[in-house]
Write a protein that binds this ligand. Structure first.
Ligand code: ATR
Length: 277
């Protein structure tokens, strides 16, 4: 049988860590397959999607800025992609191109690994209302969290998400965050907050109850200022790297026929890459 081929496409794509993750699993499991990074400019993306079958790909990952174009361009979508409004994983079923979204799965699987039982810890406060926030809110709802509070610099974007996800998902502007944390069991940052030092939205984990869990989807640096403050406060923290690793699992299984494991060795390899070793 021909080598199984998959890819990640984005623009730019050179810094994607996905080839390292999938390459590691291909090698570990001795699978005759390849996973390559392909830079596709936005103007060429539709043609790229059309050519996939002829080029012999089993499927691939899609990242910035193509997730919405992939959502629009596939023949069929899974439930998560429809809820999140973006596609990050492509595959063929009976010759038909499917699009799915595994970001919410990755988010939940990371917490399952490092903070088992986390889903009993509502209410949840979500900082940010962009694409990443949609994936997180989808996962929170799927896992049964009944009170999700979105806080965003731009209130209108949080309100739009609240309408989209319906009852149990509410929207607030930055000023409300202190009050919202007082009885929250989960705090999730989905913004670049703290990365550039120009944040107009901040959350002080000091205001959370003792049992709260704090997680950040940003993984460079691994310990973000929010996670450092939460740790100093004695709270359980989970960094964002596991979300990146776990979101890769469903795609690998579809293309290469084996569900890969997220083990410490893989994490160590990606940490070394982040730290520039
Ligand atoms: P992503 O797909 O990574 O979520 P995005 O859709 O651009 O990216 O969303 C970025 C999120 O980070 C938004 O919630 C944004 O707030 P606005 O909706 O008000 O723009 C938030 N964000 C980015 N920079 C920020 C800053 N300096 N302070 C506060 N929030 C910020």
């Amino acid at each position: 049988m021909a080598e199984a081929k998959a890819f990640v496409t984005g623009h730019p794509i050179a810094h994607s860590r996905s080839p390292k993750i999938h390459g590691y699993w291909l090698k570990t499991y001795g699978i005759d397959g390849s996973y390559q990074a392909i830079d596709v400019a936005p103007a060429d993306f539709a043609a790229f999607l059309k050519s996939l079958g002829e080029d012999g790909y089993r499927g691939g990952n899609v990242t910035i800025p193509h997730k919405e174009a992939a959502f629009a361009g596939v023949a069929r979508r899974d439930h998560a992609a429809d809820e999140i409004g973006a596609v990050n994983t492509l595959w063929f079923e009976d010759g038909v191109l499917w699009g799915g979204n595994t970001d919410g799965y990755g988010f939940a699987a990371n917490l399952d690994q490092y903070a088992p039982g986390w889903a009993a810890n509502g209410p949840a406060v979500v900082l940010g209302a962009g694409g990443a926030s949609r994936a997180v809110i989808h996962a929170l709802k799927e896992r049964g969290i009944k009170d999700v509070r979105i806080v965003n610099r731009t209130l209108a974007r949080a309100e739009e998400l609240s309408r989209h996800f319906g009852p149990g998902v509410s929207a607030y502007s930055a000023g409300a965050v202190g009050e919202l944390l007082a009885d929250a069991g989960l705090l999730i940052n989905t913004t670049a907050l703290g990365m550039h030092g120009d944040a107009t939205l901040s959350a002080d984990p000091a205001g959370l109850p003792d049992h709260a869990i704090v997680t950040d989807i940003v993984y460079v640096p691994l310990e973000t200022p929010l996670l450092a403050a939460a740790r100093a406060r004695g709270l359980k923290t989970v960094d964002g790297l596991g979300m990146l690793l776990h979101q890769a699992v469903p795609g690998f299984e579809r293309w290469f026929g084996r569900k890969p494991e997220v083990k410490p060795e893989l994490r160590r390899m990606i940490v070394a890459d982040i730290e520039g070793h």
